[in-house]
Design a protein around this ligand. Structure first.
Ligand SMILES: [Zn+2]
Length: 240
């Protein structure tokens, strides 16, 4: 679906629309903290089928590829966050010290979302929360503090219960792979569930973007990164 991107460009050109009104220019690398495992996981305790597991990875996932021109059309066709499967109501924790920047702001990921600003011009977004976070904008939070409850992107608590976690620059224009920023045993965590086995192939470059660590940064509104000439699994409607 190309209409979404076209509408976004039109809105930007006219200087109107949510995106144009809300978002500042992307920040340069020089003012953004480098990844140094400075953050923690958004859930406490050990992973497992009754607590939390990694679901969809960040990046060029097969799921994002299938919806690259629709749901992810404004994010270069890429899943710009990490999905953690968890029962509804699981306490969600701040991944680092920071300040609450937005409660149910205009970032989608319904039914509720939360943004926390961190040092180094980084912001974390917690999406698909079950209920509105009780925190107020401007409040300080510490790493590991409970900031909300996980929910379901479809609102049922049985169809797709998970937390969508993003790491962005403060302008909300750039989206980073959270893995090198979060201290966790990713290799062990990836052994359970489908995490790390669900990336779309470009058979013309079959090693590209096939590991959790090697996924590309995303720029809001940039061109699609995965309009592959030879995709696998095949594109539902053909390659183009
Ligand atoms: Zn997600």
């Amino acid at each position: 679906m190309r209409g979404w991107v076209g509408a976004g460009l039109l809105a930007a050109g006219l200087g109107v629309g949510v995106a144009a009104a809300h978002y500042a220019a992307a920040l340069p690398d020089s003012v953004i903290a480098k990844p140094s495992r400075q953050f923690g996981l958004p859930f406490a305790g050990a992973p497992g089928p009754n607590s939390w597991l990694l679901g969809q990875g960040y990046g060029n996932t097969t799921g994002a590829y299938r919806q690259r021109r629709s749901t992810y059309g404004n994010l270069q066709g890429v899943h710009a966050g990490l999905d953690f499967s968890a029962p509804c109501g699981t306490p969600v924790r701040a991944i680092g010290d920071g300040v609450v920047a937005e409660v149910d702001g205009s970032h989608g990921s319904p039914p509720h979302n939360l943004v926390i600003d961190h040092a180094g011009n980084l912001s974390s977004l917690y999406g698909h929360l079950r209920v509105r976070s009780p925190l107020r904008v401007g409040v300080r939070v510490t790493k590991g503090q409970v900031v909300g409850q996980s929910g379901d992107s479809q609102g049922t608590c049985v169809s797709a219960p998970h937390l969508h976690l993003e790491l962005r620059d403060r302008s909300h224009q750039r989206f980073f792979n959270p893995l090198p920023y979060i201290a966790a045993d990713w290799d062990s965590l990836a052994l359970a569930g489908s995490f790390g086995r669900g990336y779309e192939y470009d058979l013309s470059a079959p090693r590209k973007w096939q590991t959790p660590e090697s996924q590309p940064e995303v720029r809001r509104g940039g061109r699609l990164l995965n309009e592959f000439a030879n995709p696998w699994p095949p594109s539902p409607g053909g390659a183009r």
